[in-house]
Design a protein around this ligand. Structure first.
Ligand code: PGA
Length: 240
């Protein structure tokens, strides 16, 4: 499996800005052969990014979706619409969805099921807060998110990309050390009981990407802030 670099732009970059960012990143990284880059712009930029990534090594992902295929859900987005726009991936269970928008394990579970049914590859995020880490409950929290999110789809874990994103490391500049990340990745892998892809996310940037990617346990990264600037995103993509 090739390493994955996924850039989550969150609520940044309108369609024109997204286009410029993609063009500059593509120019800067050139021909990428041995890694997969997933661009995860806001919904409104998916169409413009899709145009630029067609027939390239750059893949398209969405930041969220609803658990129904269609219906009276004002303001929500169906996974089917994402597929029709060229998305192959969808981020589910991101800490900002859990902690800012109040998504529960049950909601995330419904979304994961539908994503699998319609053929989107979920990037399923889990992670503990600083308080939870300090109180020694990291593994309990991750186990809870894992079990809650995967209820009824335990046999389909091979179709899911996992992302360990400690909440205390997201957007804070405080990256988990490779040892801290590896410890939780091993814990997740133990629950998976089979080979799987586990990404690390949380303040990944040009000056820590190489060390993180040297760990066999880390199959890729989910990058927020550093994916918003062409120079830093390109450097992360070109990790050595
Ligand atoms: P960050 O965000 O790289 O800005 O910490 C990561 C994420 O939320 O996926």
């Amino acid at each position: 499996m090739e390493p994955i670099i996924a850039g989550n732009w969150k609520m940044n970059k309108d369609p024109a800005e997204s286009r410029t960012l993609v063009q500059e990143v593509m120019k800067s990284v050139g021909d990428i052969k041995d890694r997969i880059v997933i661009l995860i712009p806001p919904f409104t930029s998916l169409a413009s990014v899709c145009e630029l990534t067609r027939n390239t090594r750059f893949k398209l992902g969405a930041q969220n979706m609803h658990w129904e295929r269609s219906g009276a859900y004002t303001g929500e987005i169906s996974g089917l619409f994402l597929k029709s726009l060229g998305c192959e991936y969808v981020v589910l269970g991101h800490s900002e969805r859990r902690h800012v928008m109040g998504e529960s394990d049950e909601m995330i579970n419904k979304k994961l099921k539908v994503a699998l049914e319609i053929g989107l590859i979920p990037i399923f995020c889990m992670g503990e807060t600083e308080k939870e880490r300090e109180s020694g409950s990291t593994e309990d929290v991750i186990r809870g998110q894992f079990d809650g999110g995967l209820k009824g789809i335990e046999n389909e874990v091979h179709k899911i990309i996992f992302a360990y994103e400690p909440v205390w490391a997201i957007g804070t500049g405080k990256t988990a050390t490779p040892e801290q990340a590896v410890e939780v990745h091993k814990f997740i892998r133990g629950m998976l009981k089979k080979p799987g892809t586990i990404l690390y996310g949380g303040s990944v940037k040009p000056d820590n990407i190489d060390t993180l990617m040297r760990e066999d346990e880390i199959q890729g990264v989910l990058v927020g802030g550093a994916s918003l600037k062409p120079e830093s995103f390109a450097r992360v993509i070109k990790f050595q």
